[in-house]
Design a protein around this ligand. Sequence first.
Ligand SMILES: [Fe+2]
Ligand SMILES: [Fe+2]
Length: 361
Amino acid sequence: MNTPAHTHTIDSRDDANERARQSTMLSPRFYTTDFDAFDRISVEGMRSQWDAMMQEYEGDNNHDHFQRDEAFQDELSAAMAKWSPELRQELFDFFVSSLTSEFSGCILYNEIRKKIENPDIQQLMTFMARDESRHAGFINQSLRDFGLNIDLGELKRNKHYTYFKPKYIIYATYLSEKIGYARYITIYRQLERHPELRFHPIFRWFERWRNDEFRHGESFALIMRANPDLLRGMNLWLIRFFLLAVYATMYVRDHQRPILHNAMGLEATAYDYEVFRITNTITEQVFPIALDIDHPEFRSGLEHLLQIARAHEAAKERGGLVGNLQRAWHAGRAFVAFTRLYFVPVKTQAVLAEPRLRPTW
Ligand SMILES: [Fe+2]
Ligand SMILES: [Fe+2]
């Protein structure tokens, strides 16, 4: 039986803003980094591919894409009449967390752009911040339909920022862009097969949206390929850590929204493994290792982590001394479960000769 993740519902603009501001293990975070190190990143090793990619960004084929069409409002009105209260809540939660991650990218890329002089990285950050700001704005419109829009200025000022070393930012950004692509395209393909399950018009935008995320990931793939030290030696242990952190977080989070996935005819576990599979294939462009997602200990380990996350959530709801003690206990168990997962053998793979991929999924 699935327990809802948040017993607190999003019923007002304050609730939505509060949810966006939240800093938990699972909620999307805002990041800051060592900007001088970004200033020193060289892409010379991949110069011709880099310049070609900048041309693509320049072409900006999505400049007029993130606007609603005429059919949007009617489609929304007809669809929302059929939402159950649970689906409504999970959809709001999905919007708030997606908006927070889009905006997190927007802030970080903008900050890097402002604080460095390296023209290559600066140009890339300008394009990426442009795209993420469109994405965040587009989701915010869908929250505004329900009076739940997020005050982005306030969020920028008041949400906690996590410091990540530049190297961590590179791995984490690459992975979150690529997994973001895999998520959007899996949903888009499913709704393409079953248009009757498209319960919100925003999903029609996912096809071209995914191309932006794909290209963002490509940029970081080139950065890593131009600096191959990032892809060998002890760094493989870091890559392994980020792969697991990103996959595990997504697994737990998606299982907190079972109704949303069911409404699209998807089941959270199957959906997540499809997304892992696509992401694993894409990462052959950079990483010589991949998580063995079919290893029985990997699968049972993720499931175990999910159960612990649910128990942790229940303890948080209980509160008080007993609740706090239980939370600490479950946090310890989560650490052990994560560590076990970390040591499940990984697969080695041959890195592709050509660093660039096409979004063909
Ligand atoms: Fe985005
Ligand atoms: Fe992105």
